[in-house]
Design a binder for this molecule. Structure first.
Ligand SMILES: Cc1cc2nc3c(=O)[nH]c(=O)nc-3n(C[C@H](O)[C@H](O)[C@H](O)COP(=O)(O)OP(=O)(O)OC[C@H]3O[C@@H](n4cnc5c(N)ncnc54)[C@H](O)[C@@H]3O)c2cc1C
Length: 415
C-alpha cells in the first residue's frame, strides 16, 4: 500500500464495519485478520439485529434458577468449575450492573446505539448489495407459562414507556405468525421493530467486499505483532509490514492478546455460546427467530437450516468445547420446534466478548496515542457493529459524533 491512514485489526462484523466507515470517509485502510472476514464469532450468532434492546442481558436472581445453574441442570447457562476464581469478581460486577438503577443507566447510555442499529445496517446493506439477507419481520419470544410473561411484566412496562413497540400475544395469535410451532406455550411477545439475517457470515463478507471496492485492503496477519515504529503503529502481514498513524483494535474476544502487553487491562470476559443447525422437519420451518424464553435458547431460520443457539457458558476462552447445554434443552426444543436431523456432526462454539457493564468500549485507548478501541459488544455485536463503526469513524476523523461517545470510553474501568 502506498499510504495507510489506519490499520484495523480484526475482520469480524465489528472490524469490517469500522474499516468500511473509515474507507467511506476517504481514509486509506488496511484491515488485518488471521482468517477471512466474519469467520469467528460473527459467523455463528443468531442473526438478530435487535435495536429494541433496552436492558442488559439478565442475571438470574431467583434462587430456583440460580440453584439449577449451580447444579449444572440449567439449559440456559453452564460453567467450568476451573474458571470460577477468574470469573467470581467479574460476575459480581456483572450482577451489580444488571439490577435496579444500573439497568436504567445501561438503557440511557446504550439507547443511542441500539436505536440506530437497524438503520445503520440497512444503509450498509444497500451499498453492499446484501439486502437479500435481511428480514424485517421482527422476532418472537414465547413463554411456556402465563407466569413466565408476568415475571417479565415490570421490565416490559418500562420498555413500553420508552416508546419501544411490542405486542403481547396469546398462543393462537403467535401461531398465526409461526404456524409450525407446537402449541406448548401459553404466551408470547412479538417484537416487530427487530430485523434478522438469514446468513450473518455472508453479510460480513459483503461489507468486506464493499470496503475493498472503496479502496480498502484486506491483509492476512497476526495482530499480536502490533508495535510502535517511530510515531506510527506497525503490524506484520503476509505482504510485509504496514505502518499507520492510527490503529483500531476490533479483535472481539481476542483483544486482550494485543492490549495486555501494551498495559491496557480492561475487564473483558467471554460468555461462550454454541449453535447447531437442524434440517426442518418435513416442509415445516420458521420465518423469524424465536426464543424459548423460560428454557433459555433460541432457534433462527438460516440458509444452512434452523440454527439453535444456546445461552451463556462461563469458561476459559480457549478451553475445549463442552456443549452439554444441548443435552439439557433438546427434549424441550424438539417439543416446540419442527427440528429434523442435525446438519453438522458437532455444535459450533463461539465467544461473546463481554464487559461486566454489558457495554462495549468505543474510543481512544488510554495512554497510547493513535490507538483506538472498538470491542466488547457482548450479546449484540452483530446488531451494533455498523453503528459502533460509524461512531468510531466520526471520532477518528474529527467529525461531530452522532451521539456523545463518553459512556463507551475505556476510562470508565480505570481508577
Ligand atoms: C451463540 C451466539 C449467538 C449470538 N447471537 C447474536 C445475535 O442474534 N445478535 C447480535 O447482535 N449478536 C449476537 N451474538 C454476539 C455477536 O456474534 C458478537 O458480539 C460479535 O460477533 C462480535 O464481533 P467481533 O467482530 O467483535 O468479533 P469476532 O467476530 O470474533 O471477530 C474478531 C476477529 O479477530 C480475529 N483475530 C483474533 N485474534 C487475531 C490475531 N491474533 N491476529 C489477527 N486476527 C485475529 C478473528 O479471526 C476474528 O475474525 C451472538 C453470539 C453468540 C456466540
Amino acid at each position: 500500500m502506498a499510504r495507510t491512514d489506519a490499520i484495523v485489526l480484526g475482520a469480524g462484523i465489528v472490524g469490517v464495519s469500522a474499516a468500511l466507515h473509515l474507507a467511506r470517509r476517504g481514509l486509506s485502510v488496511a484491515l488485518v485478520d488471521r482468517r477471512a472476514p466474519g469467520e469467528e464469532t460473527s459467523y455463528g450468532n443468531a442473526g438478530i439485529i435487535e435495536g429494541n434492546t433496552y436492558f442488559p442481558y439478565p442475571f438470574p436472581l431467583k434462587p430456583a434458577a440460580l440453584l439449577k445453574i449451580i447444579f449444572k441442570q440449567a439449559p440456559e447457562a453452564n460453567y467450568h468449575l476451573s474458571h470460577l476464581p477468574k470469573l467470581a469478581p467479574w460476575l459480581f460486577s456483572y450482577l451489580m450492573h444488571s439490577r435496579g438503577p444500573a439497568m436504567l443507566d445501561f438503557a440511557h447510555r446504550m439507547r443511542p446505539l441500539f436505536a440506530n442499529a437497524v438503520a445503520e445496517h440497512e444503509k450498509l446493506m444497500q451499498e453492499a448489495g446484501a439486502e437479500s439477507y435481511l428480514r424485517t419481520n421482527g422476532w418472537l419470544k414465547v413463554y411456556r407459562s402465563v407466569r413466565g410473561l408476568e415475571d417479565a411484566r415490570r421490565d416490559l412496562d418500562v420498555i413500553a414507556a420508552a416508546g419501544i413497540a411490542f405486542e403481547p400475544l396469546d398462543t393462537d395469535a403467535a401461531l398465526a405468525l409461526e404456524p409450525d410451532l407446537a402449541p406448548v406455550f401459553e404466551r408470547a411477545v412479538f417484537w416487530p421493530g427487530a430485523a434478522s439475517l438469514s446468513n450473518p457470515l455472508a453479510v460480513t463478507r459483503a461489507y468486506a467486499e464493499r470496503f475493498k471496492k472503496l479502496g480498502g485492503v484486506l491483509l492476512e496477519g497476526d495482530a499480536r505483532s502490533l508495535h510502535r515504529a517511530g510515531d506510527k503503529w506497525r503490524v506484520d502481514t503476509d505482504e510485509g509490514a504496514v505502518d499507520a498513524a492510527a490503529a483500531v483494535i476490533a479483535l472481539g474476544p481476542w483483544a486482550p492478546d494485543v492490549l495486555d502487553p501494551l498495559g491496557i487491562r480492561l475487564p473483558l470476559l467471554v460468555k461462550r455460546g454454541y449453535h447447531r443447525h437442524f434440517k426442518p422437519a418435513g416442509n415445516k420451518g420458521l420465518s423469524r427467530p424465536v426464543l424459548d424464553a423460560e428454557v433459555g435458547y433460541l432457534v433462527a431460520p438460516m440458509e444452512q437450516g434452523l440454527r439453535l443457539t444456546t445461552g451463556a457458558e462461563f469458561a476459559d476462552r480457549d478451553a475445549p468445547a463442552t456443549p452439554v447445554q444441548f443435552d439439557r434443552l433438546m427434549p424441550q426444543a424438539r417439543e416446540l420446534f419442527p427440528l429434523g436431523a442435525p446438519v453438522e456432526p458437532e455444535p459450533w462454539l463461539g465467544r461473546r466478548p463481554c464487559f461486566p457493564d454489558s457495554m462495549p468500549v468505543i474510543g481512544r485507548a488510554p495512554g497510547q496515542p493513535g490507538l483506538w478501541l472498538d470491542y466488547g459488544h457482548a450479546h449484540w455485536g452483530l446488531t451494533l457493529g455498523p453503528v459502533a463503526g460509524r461512531l468510531l469513524a466520526e471520532m477518528m476523523t474529527g467529525e461531530t459524533p452522532f451521539t456523545d461517545p463518553k459512556p463507551y470510553a475505556a476510562e470508565r474501568f480505570l481508577p
